[in-house]
Design a protein around this ligand. Structure first.
Ligand code: MG
Length: 252
């Protein structure tokens, strides 16, 4: 069932989205060579709590962290760890969610740590751009497949792999609601978008190959080829004025 949000609910989701986005932005600012993913997670956790929200991911399906932190060939769902260190040249995907006043916000960004390779930079640019191409399609009357196709076609044109095992999703009172928003598909297919729907669009793009596998910890998802992977995400409302990104940071 797809929950359509009223204007007053959207207003609450703007708050959740803003805190989630600020936490992500803050996490990116904190990133530095030599830091453990546990340390980074703690900073993000404290930031969300200080701003009156709860970290959406903490305890979600049993997840042991406030942010998913996924380095290099880890695509998503990295559990923060005291034994895992961030280093110069890495790309680090951070996924944060904030829950406040009954609603969630969800967003992700893959940050470069210091100087990264040209190939890595290109992967980040293309994946981020594909997110915005997907967002452009998030208008009433379109279908989910229009978003999926926009993301996939653009990323494939660079020879990149598109992760199929995990998808974007509706967001609202639950972190994960209907409909699923895959990063692959055909235009004009799937659920029709209507005003008041809120969805997380989140391309997960591999430098090579679509395939992924889950680490023995049951969480971390890695590229099968060992290639780098990037993940960018926004929570987006479908409105009469077009797509509205709810996860916009307002801190510098
Ligand atoms: Mg999400």
């Amino acid at each position: 069932m797809i929950h359509i949000k009223s204007e007053s609910e959207l207003e609450k989701m703007r708050t959740a989205g803003r805190i989630s986005a600020n936490a992500l932005h803050y996490g990116g600012q904190c990133l530095k060579d030599g830091m453990s993913t546990y340390e980074l997670d703690k900073l993000i956790h404290d930031y969300i709590v200080k701003n009156g929200a709860k970290p959406s991911f903490l305890g979600l399906y049993g997840f042991k962290g406030s942010a998913c932190i996924s380095i290099n060939d880890k695509v998503i769902h990295g559990i923060p760890s005291k034994k895992e260190y961030i280093k110069e040249g890495d790309i680090v995907s951070i996924d944060t969610g904030a829950f406040i006043d009954g609603f969630h916000g969800d967003n992700a960004y893959t940050f470069p740590v210091g100087k990264i390779s040209d190939d890595a930079r290109k992967l980040l640019e293309v994946t981020n751009r594909s997110l915005y191409l997907g967002i452009e399609q998030a208008v009433a009357g379109n279908r989910v497949g229009d978003i999926s196709h926009a993301v996939e076609a653009y990323c494939r044109s660079f020879g990149y792999g598109v992760v199929k095992n995990y998808t974007g999703h509706g967001v609202g009172r639950q972190m994960h609601e209907a409909p699923e928003v895959p990063n692959f598909g055909e235009p004009h297919k799937g659920v029709r978008l209507i005003n008041g729907m809120v969805i997380a669009i989140e391309p997960m793009i591999n430098a090579s190959g679509d395939e992924v596998f889950t680490q023995p910890d049951g969480w971390g998802v890695l590229t099968k080829t060992g290639s780098l992977s990037a993940h960018f995400e926004h929570t987006v409302a479908i409105t009469p004025n077009g797509p509205e990104i709810l996860t916009k940071p307002d801190i510098v």
